[in-house]
Design a protein around this ligand. Sequence first.
Ligand SMILES: [Zn+2]
Length: 427
Amino acid sequence: MGYLEHLLTSKGISTVTRRLRAILRQLGPTPARMRRTLDAYMDVADAFAFHPTFPTPAVVVDRYPRLIRHLVERGADIAIHGLEHVDYVHIPPEEQQRHVEEAIRIFRKRGIPFSGFRAPYLRWDASLLDALRTHRVGYDSSSAVLWDVLPDPLPPDAEARVRRVLEFYDPRPAAEGPVLPSWEEGILRLPVSLPDDEILVDRMGKGGEEVGRVWSAILERTYRRGDLFVLQLHPERFFACEGGLRLLLEEVRGRTPPVWTASLAEIARWWRRKQQLHVTVETLGPRQWRVRVPGDGEVGLLVRGMTTTPASVPWYGSWRYVPSSEAIVTGPTRPTVGVTSDVHPRVLRFLRDLGYITETAAPDHVLVVREREGSPEARRRLLQRLEESRVPLVRLNRWPRDSRSALAVTGDLDAVTWWDFLRRLGR
Ligand SMILES: [Zn+2]
């Protein structure tokens, strides 16, 4: 499918004309205009001390290596956004393999470090994930989740346009379960949160702080749940949304406990490292344990219904934070989650991803998990049970130190000049 065809089927004619006009304004005949935009994007990132991620097609990296290197030097994380900006669902598996391989070759040739991938149009299938596994790409950020933050019903003029794009992206409703990094047979998936800049600006006609208010509503939901918010703001819409981005980041800055703002590469590294952690729980007496987390203190300990040395401080809800990677815990029952030997491995991983410390079920465990089914439904049931439980426990924070939730600001850098855009139309 060509880009023009994509625009027409997913967007409709009125969105397409608006889009073409915007593209002409935001790109230029040389990289100069996009470079100014990207520098302004990076200035905001510097002001709020985070690293954004720019998924970029390898052909664009190949055409503008100096610009991309400049972004890397300024602290940006560059992800592979396909070899070219094509819909991979319409490309046969062997071609997908070739594209991933060739894209990696170009990134290496141009000296651009990368650790992950995002499919153009957020369109992926099982064979594309296979290609990423084959080539050991560290993460994939192509799946989408939809937060319940748009007006219901939508304004009549926007309704058809928004519905069309949602059918195209096929997002999972965020209400269905935690929005976190998750492993899918060896590949780490970092879902993108919708609505993104494209839906809000092109399809709903919003701009500036209005966009910020929608993103703040997503932030509020991810914060409440301790989830991951991967925001999508394409550089070409940066100026249309800059006010909204600043509004969101001001709000992030004001939160205690904090929101961890990081690149997708940093988040993937963190999740991988956390998975390899081995926590020890040593029994010191009938009601006392020593909990020890290896490492440099980046992994935070949370506690509920128990006293600790060193003392804990208030954190979020009924949980308190222990400012140490080692603590002596005193309480009425064993502070971990007991699991039976036949628990489904996916359930076990889910518990660990949420930060629960699991041990083989013992008589002094109050919370024992026996879930033999690994289905999403079983995990949802379990999550509800854990959240409603008031059992005294110690667990690990899922984000670094005392962070409550995580935010990644990402923006697909699809085209740098008019000519990149025209090349896409011609395909
Ligand atoms: Zn793209």
